[in-house]
Design a protein around this ligand. Structure first.
Ligand code: C2O
Length: 536
């Protein structure tokens, strides 16, 4: 195994999109930022130097960080942020992981432009469990606001209002030929006829689940969130913020241009949004004149629940002898968390109230000391470990909602003994509005054993759980007005954040954390913190 060293300079860069320039926080001047390439079991170090006026921290989304929570990155959860002028070296090992993951800033709105892909190749000599593609291409999907992103997120943070929707989606930073004012037009993916290409797709958008389609080409999905799946073929990929998907296309069409369309999925009519980012798949041998007609593809309508469901229902773990699905079959902790929105009083807000979000009616309050430090050094008064395992006041979650939409506040964690097994049912609520929530758990992969619409039924629903080959991932969409059940083993000591990966909901408080105690074995405790760990 090798050590791969990277240097990330976090800098202000004037970036032009949609015919307008704005100062943008970037890594090394690029949007999206650089791709990290490594192999399974390699160690990665990234020296992050903060040249901007904001606090910065970087999260390696989906990297398990076994015992190395100090390198996980969420500000005030596992570390204090890197202050302006500060430096921190993230140091972690990609133990037993291979596939596509990504990295992003983990302090408020910064991840809008501070993100990039992580490509983890299998160990040398270890093949993919599918025919090796001729080429691999990283596609980072993002979103762009013409105005200052900070102002957009502040609108949500300080005033508790829904932030303006973005002005464009982007594919590797490019919104497409129509919307773009860059001289090169839209992004072109150059391909040869008769070859296979593996697309490593990352959804780095702040607030939108996305569909991806390519004219005349089917997509064979082989991996999600850096875990192999049973390959299946689809016209449309659904990808939530935080998720990654590897899909293979075969270029069997006539030489030509084929549209790649990226469009939003939202099945509640909160905000109608038909913005589509486009790129083109360009076969070699096609003249690059503007007269070359591009074969079009219609993106699915924004509220295409059946398209989304059919994609989600196709996802199964590969579960082969080499890559078994190690689903916990017994449960030590059975948890039921409601996730949704609420309205709290707010003196400084318009109307004297604001939208908040919660888990089990608790709006998470960010601490001012990092939770992992508080846990490791036994600093009291930073958090409590009394996060409720079920809602304190049950109600009809997806039916008529209670009149009082106020939530409680707290920095509450749920404590898990090392190696205990957890079943967690995530129930969407209709408070204000039901909505799909992509929930991300740091430090673990989990198995998605069940999913349904309406209220979870603890007597009936578990009978239909898939405990054989459920998809394993780190971010899962809880359906609008429905529930998702996940299982995982708490085999990673530390403090691990769990939150909605829609930035607006994280900001509003749809987050909590697990504290996993050390075990007794020599390799069952959090390693000591590095000496350059930032101070608050
Ligand atoms: Cu990708 Cu806590 O985030």
């Amino acid at each position: 195994c090798r050590v791969r060293n990277y240097k990330f300079n976090v800098v202000m860069t004037n970036t032009t999109r949609l015919c307008k320039s704005k100062p943008t926080v970037t890594v090394n001047g690029r949007f999206p930022g650089p791709t990290i390439v490594a192999r399974e079991d390699d160690t990665v170090t990234v020296k992050v130097v903060n040249h901007v006026k904001y606090n910065v921290s970087i999260h390696w989304h989906g990297v398990r960080q076994l015992r190395t929570g100090w390198a996980d990155g969420p500000a005030y959860i596992t570390q204090c942020p890197i202050q302006p002028g500060g430096v921190y070296i993230y140091n972690f090992t990609l133990t037993g992981q291979r596939g596509t993951l990504w990295w992003h800033a983990h302090v408020l709105w910064l991840r809008a432009t501070v993100h990039g892909a992580i490509v983890i190749l299998p160990k040398i000599g270890v093949p993919y469990p599918f025919p090796k593609p001729n080429k691999e291409v990283v596609l980072v999907l993002g979103e762009w606001w013409k105005s200052d992103t900070e102002a957009v997120i502040n609108q949500a943070q300080k005033l508790g209002q829904a932030p303006n929707i973005s002005d464009a989606y982007t594919i590797n930073g490019n919104p497409g030929p129509v919307a773009n004012c860059l001289a090169n037009g839209g992004l072109k993916l150059h391909v040869d006829q008769g070859k296979t290409y593996m697309l490593r797709i990352v959804n780095a958008a702040l607030n939108e689940e996305l569909f991806l389609r390519i004219a005349n080409h089917k997509l064979k999905v082989v991996e999600v969130d850096a875990v192999y799946v049973k390959p299946f073929t689809t016209d449309t990929i659904l990808i939530a913020p935080g998720q990654t998907t590897n899909a293979i296309i075969t270029t069997t069409q006539k030489p030509g241009n084929y549209l790649v369309a990226v469009s939003p999925f939202m099945d509640v009519p909160i905000a109608v949004n038909n913005i589509t980012a486009t790129a083109s798949l360009r076969y070699s041998g096609v003249l690059t004149t503007s007269s070359t007609v591009t074969k079009l593809v219609a993106p699915p309508p924004q509220n295409s629940t059946p398209v989304a469901n059919s994609f989600i229902n196709s996802l199964k773990s590969l579960n082969s002898p080499t890559y078994p699905a190690k689903v916990p079959l017994t449960i030590d902790h059975s948890l039921f968390f409601t996730i949704g929105l609420g309205i709290n009083p707010c003196k400084t807000c318009v109307n004297g109230s604001r939208v908040v979000a919660d888990i089990n009616n608790i709006t998470f309050v960010m601490p001012t000391t990092a939770l992992l430090q508080a846990h490791y050094f036994n600093i009291s008064g930073v958090f409590t470990d009394d996060f409720p395992s079920t809602p304190l006041m049950p109600y009809n979650y997806t039916g008529i909602q209670p009149k009082n939409l106020a939530t409680n506040k707290g920095t509450k964690l749920y404590r898990l003994p090392f190696n205990s097994t957890v079943q967690l049912v995530l129930q969407d609520t209709g408070m204000i509005t039901p909505e799909s929530h992509p929930i991300h758990l740091h430090g673990f992969n989990f198995f998605v054993v069940g999913r349904g619409i309406g209220n979870y039924n603890p007597k009936k629903d578990p009978k239909h759980f898939n405990l054989v080959d459920p998809v394993e991932r780190n971010t899962v969409g809880v359906p609008t007005g429905g529930w998702t059940a996940i299982r995982f083993r708490a085999d990673n000591p530390g403090v691990w954040f769990m939150h909605c990966h829609l930035e607006v909901h994280t900001t509003w408080g749809l987050k909590m954390a697990f504290v996993v105690d050390n075990g007794n074995g020599p390799l069952e405790s959090v390693i000591p913190p590095p000496s350059d760990l930032p101070k608050c």
